[in-house]
Ligand binder design. Structure first.
Ligand code: KG4
Ligand code: ZN
Length: 372
């Protein structure tokens, strides 16, 4: 009989599940080895991975769609869905082959249910449902953001005490306090653009191509972050919300006023590297300071920063410096696990399974585009 485990509900904020410290009667026994196939198709990566016990990565396959979306300067949802349809089966096959695992040996199939692009999510969901049904295996639905959170603890344990987690990606910028046992408190999120979205939009303004974050990161490494002052939105006192739409507008106004870098037709010429570094610094400042403030307000010693933007070199360095200075313990994913991947989905699914066991029928599973 196939079963579904769902994290939270589509309507609620995420109910995080960590460490198998749940108390339900169906909680899984500790000694069972779990081989989980994770599937991720929420945006522009088709990914599959086989992970044992939520930690031991047997395979990790990602088919990137960068080349598909590059000409448009951003993700085109319809093209993303079509590419997922083309790649999902080869990617799953490759993940199983690399792991040297047959379909029958799998204990469960895990899949991202949301948030994300509905058409893209549906491709992964349909593949996962079909596999679970045909193989008579349990299906575990995973929240993409919880997947990102697990990336910080691949190969290590989550902190024994509560911790603050910043999820910072192309679609989300949000702070949570997570307690041992999984109780989660939402602390704040962006009121407009996500930080990764700001990187992508500014890269587009500068004709730097897609995805913008990595390009700006590289350029900024050669620039002076103090050349220009861009607005940093801290909002009300002690607010843990974010706002990044103003900085994007400020860069657009800057370009209107000063023209492109090293332009001969304008009185002021400047280096693209300095502009990139100054823009990045304003974003990084806010992310670092709000995360530290959240740790202070919550009285916790551990912080985790996850999601695509956590790959940013300047952000990682500033977090290490500030955490070290304040005696906080910082948890960052390895670079490969900052951006979307299926290992984090399998890892999150393992925690769900340990905590709740398999409890529900699966065929009503549907994509959830907005799920906080
Ligand atoms: O987590 P992710 O792969 O997908 C979402 O869940 O959104 O994050 C993608 C986002 C994009 O906006 C991308 O520009 C940004 O992460 N990103 C970066 C870097 N690498 C990826 N932003 C800044 N610096 C980077 N090195
Ligand atoms: Zn993501």
């Amino acid at each position: 009989m196939c079963c579904l485990v769902r994290i939270g509900t589509a309507e609620s904020r995420i109910v995080f599940c960590w460490d198998g410290s749940g108390t339900t009667a169906s909680r899984a026994p500790e000694w069972i080895i779990m081989l989980i196939l994770g599937i991720e198709t929420s945006c522009d990566e088709t990914a599959a991975a086989v992970v044992e016990d939520g930690k031991h990565i047997l395979s990790d396959v990602i088919s990137s769609q960068i080349a598909v979306h590059m000409p448009y300067g951003g993700v085109v949802p319809e093209l993303a869905s079509r590419k997922h349809v083309e790649m999902i089966l080869p990617v799953i096959d490759e993940a199983l082959t690399k792991a040297d695992v047959t379909r029958d040996q799998l204990d469960a199939i895990a899949v991202t249910q949301g948030p994300g692009l509905v058409g893209a999510l549906l491709v992964g969901l349909c593949a996962a449902k079909a596999m679970a049904f045909a193989l008579d295996k349990p299906l575990i639905a995973v929240n993409h953001l919880e997947g990102h959170m697990h990336a910080a603890f691949l190969g290590s344990q989550a902190p024994a005490g509560p911790f603050v987690c910043l999820v910072v990606s192309g679609g989300h910028t949000a702070l949570y306090r997570i307690d041992p046992g999984g109780r989660t408190k939402f602390l704040g999120s962006t009121r407009d653009d996500a930080a990764g979205e700001a990187f992508d939009k500014v890269a587009k303004l500068l004709n730097l191509g897609y995805p913008g974050g990595t390009v700006i990161d590289k350029l900024a490494a050669e620039g002076n972050p103090n050349t220009f002052q861009f607005p940093k939105a801290y909002l009300e006192k002690d607010s843990l919300d974010f706002s990044f739409s103003g900085i994007k507008t400020a860069v657009a106004n800057f370009l209107r006023h000063y023209g492109p870098p090293a332009s001969e037709s304008h009185a002021v010429s400047y280096r693209l590297e300095d502009l990139a570094a100054s823009f990045q610094e304003a974003i990084v400042d806010v992310l670092v300071n709000k995360t530290i403030m959240a740790a202070h307000l919550c009285g916790v010693q551990d912080i985790a920063v996850v999601g695509g933007v956590s790959a940013n070199q300047r952000l990682r360095r500033r977090l290490q410096e500030e955490a070290g200075y304040r005696g906080l313990t910082l948890h960052l994913p390895a670079l490969r696990y900052c951006t979307d991947n299926a290992v984090m989905i399998a890892a999150a699914a393992y925690t769900v399974w340990k905590r709740t066991g398999f409890t529900r029928d699966m065929m009503d599973l549907d994509a959830v585009s907005r799920w906080f």
